[in-house]
Write a protein that binds this ligand. Structure first.
Ligand SMILES: NC(=O)c1ccc[n+]([C@@H]2O[C@H](COP(=O)([O-])OP(=O)(O)OC[C@H]3O[C@@H](n4cnc5c(N)ncnc54)[C@H](O)[C@@H]3O)[C@@H](O)[C@H]2O)c1
Length: 336
């Protein structure tokens, strides 16, 4: 029997949440998902009838959204994995500062406060390496490096982190700063850079790359799920109040290197480059993942090449009837 039997996932119908939900059910957990279904809920169709899944459609901005949507006949959740957010710079930019702040900061506060009242043991927050923005000295950034947000999205994620780290409640906070994900999920996102590049190279046979030399950090969705599971299962006193970058040193790539991997499989792609800034998310950094490896024993299993292969295969098979449909992205305009 697992110690943490019942996990509550906010945003559990999303790209990460639906994959996490499936893995937790597979491992025998009871799972409650609360999601407003901003992008639909087909991602959960395969699990809706599972006896260990309880799904509630609700907006976590409602003051009692968590408390009112738990099953009375289940034990209280011992872990909350808080994923619900307007994820990514374009989605935040599209709704503006006020709404982005409500969804990404106020919602975190409300969920955490209810977790406290429910005596939840641990609260895992999905943050982002975007918070670092730029590497001050060109070296890989660590959890200690200064935060230098380059976007409204990163500002909201930092504000949530600060609230949680200052909250000093009984419910232990664990912050995971995830690299940019890639790979297939029941709720597919084609606005994540690797997935997006594969889609464009496959459907349009061309790629336009901004800031080709800029470095980014990537992690496969399955590895990210393993990292979150470590967060759920590691001893509470080890992870209480800790921040971990979640990814692997092998996942640091320049955009040019990502393009090279795509060209290996789609050599007919025409690539053009532009070096212009567009007032957006100008991240350029590589990240150190030494802490999560050393303290929690995290090891990534997948490479970026695996991700390119699997996304391309899914497109070639025709899994997505219309992969360019807006439901596969969180906002209409895309930033690399
Ligand atoms: N995908 C990545 O590369 C990545 C990287 C770093 C951090 N993150 C973080 O991980 C989390 C999940 O990301 P994702 O890629 O799965 O995003 P996603 O957009 O696919 O999923 C977010 C889910 O949250 C739900 N949601 C949003 N606001 C809600 C609200 N107020 N009430 C109820 N449900 C709400 C949406 O309906 C959606 O199903 C986000 O917090 C994101 O910032 C993601």
């Amino acid at each position: 029997m697992k110690e943490a039997r019942h996990v509550l996932i906010t945003g559990g119908a999303g790209y990460i949440g639906s994959a996490l939900c499936s893995e937790l059910l597979r491992q025998g957990y009871q799972v409650t998902v609360i999601d407003e279904l901003l992008y639909g809920g087909e991602s959960l169709l395969g699990y809706l009838l599972h006896p260990n899944l309880h799904f509630a459609k609700a907006n976590i901005l409602e003051p009692r959204a968590v408390k009112d949507n738990l099953r009375r006949d289940w034990p209280k959740p011992s872990v909350v994995v808080h994923l619900a957010a307007l994820a990514g710079f374009p989605a935040c930019q599209a709704v503006g500062r006020q709404v982005a702040w409500r969804y990404n900061v106020e919602a975190t506060q409300r969920v955490y406060e209810q977790a406290e009242e429910l005596s939840v043991e641990r609260f895992i927050y999905a943050s982002t390496y975007s918070n670092y923005g730029l590497s001050p000295d060109g070296k890989p950034v660590t959890e200690e490096s200064p935060l230098n947000p380059q976007s409204l999205y990163a500002e909201t994620k930092i504000a949530s982190e600060r609230f949680l780290l200052n909250s000093k409640g009984n419910c232990a906070v664990l912050i995971l700063r995830l690299a940019t994900l890639y790979g297939l999920s029941p709720r597919m996102r084609f606005d994540l850079i690797v997935n997006q590049f594969v889609l464009e190279a496959y459907t349009k046979r061309e790629l336009l790359i901004y800031q080709r030399g800029y470095s980014r950090s990537f992690v496969h969705i399955k590895d990210a799920i393993c990292g979150i599971l470590l967060g759920i299962e590691s001893p509470l006193e080890l992870v209480r109040g800790e921040i971990y970058n979640l990814g692997s040193d092998r996942g640091n790539y320049t955009k040019d290197q990502v393009v090279a991997l795509i060209l290996k499989r789609l050599p007919e792609t025409r690539v053009s480059y532009k070096d212009m800034t567009f007032g957006g998310d100008m991240r350029d950094l590589s990240v150190s993942f030494e802490k999560i490896q050393r303290q929690l024993g995290f090891q990534a299993q997948y490479t970026l090449d695996d991700g390119v292969r699997e996304v391309l295969q899914a497109l070639q098979i025709g899994i997505f009837h219309n992969p360019l449909d807006s439901r596969y992205r969180n906002a209409q305009f895309i930033v690399q």
